[in-house]
Design a protein. Sequence first.
Length: 364
Amino acid sequence: MKLRSNLSKHLTLSLLALFATLLNPRGIPEALADQTSYTGTGPFSVSVSIVEGQGLLFKPSDSDESRKNWPGVVFAHGICGPAEKYSSSLSRLASWGFMVIANQKQGDCGVMNVNHPLATLGNFFQLRLKFHNAADFSLMADDIRSNLNYLIGRFDVDSDRIALMGHSMGGGMVIDVASELGKQQSNIVKAVVAIAPWNGVHPTPSSIVNDSNAPILIFCSMTDALCPCSGEVQLSDTQGIFTKKLSPIIPLLFGPQSNPTWNGGSMAILKNSKDLILMNVSQVSHLSIAGIDHGDKMQSFAEWARSEYGLNFNRPSRSYSDIPTMEYSVAFLNQFLNLDVKKGQSTLEQSSSDSRILKVLRSN
C-alpha cells in the first residue's frame, strides 16, 4: 500500500509539473521558443571547462540573466573512448540548453597495435591493468552516480530535470544505473538516452532494464559492426598485415559469460523494457551514430581508434548528411524532462517517416 501511495503521489506531482510547465512561459526560454526544430546548433553559446574529479563540463549561457536553472545531463563514454572525443556532439547538446558533465576516467586502454611496436612495448606491463580499468563496469557506475550528485548540487541546475546519456559501454551503463535507481524507488533520473548501448556490460542491461522508472531512448544500427541492434559482432581487428574478426576472442577479453551477440543486443533491451523507444538508424557505424552533421568528428575518432588499438571500424556510405541522433535526443529530453513537451513529442512522432530512421519500435 505504501508503494502504491508513493507512486500515486509521484504521478500527481508529475502531472502538476507538466501543467505548470505548459502554462508558465518561463519554462521555455524565449531563445528556444523561436526555434522550429532541433536540427543543427541550438540558440545558446557553450563554454567547456574541466571540473576536478568530475570531468568535462559543457555549460550553456543565456543573455537572459533570469535563466538560472538548466536541465542536466550526465554523459558516459564508450570503452577506451576519451570523453573529449565526443566534444562536438556534447557541445551540440549543450547548445540546446542542457548542462552536460562527461567523466574523463577509463579512457585509456593502452596502446596495443603492432603498427606502433615501441609504444606497445613501453606499455606492455601496463596493458592488462589499463584494460581492466577501462572495462571496470562498477567503476563507471560509481562515476555516473558521482556526476549525478555533482549536477544535483549545482545552484544553476534544475535537480528535477536530470537525464543520463551514454554511448557503447556508457550506453549500457546508464541503463544499468537508471535500473538500479529505479529498484531503489529513486526518481532522480527522469530520462535515459543510450546510443549503441553495449548489452555486454554487467549487470546485463536487458536483464534489469524493467526496473527503470525513467523512459529510455535507444539509437542502434544494423551497420554498426560492434554493437548492432541485434546479431553477431562484425568488427575486425587489424594488426599489421593481418585482419581477423573480433568475435571469436570476445570470451577471452570479457569473460566466458560474454558472447558475440551481446546477449541479443539492443533488441533484447527493448523486449524486456516497460517504457522504451528504439530508433534503428540507417547507414552509421558504431562511432558515427554518436556524431553530428556529417559525422566527421566521430570518423576521426574511428581513425584514431584504428591507429591506437588496431580496431577496424567500418564506414558505411550514407545518402544523407545530418546524423539524426542528437536531434531526436534533444526532442526526447524536451518531452520527458517537461521542457517543451508538445514540440518534443511532435518531433519524436516525425521519426517514423524520417528516411534516416529505418524503423521506430516501442516497448509493449
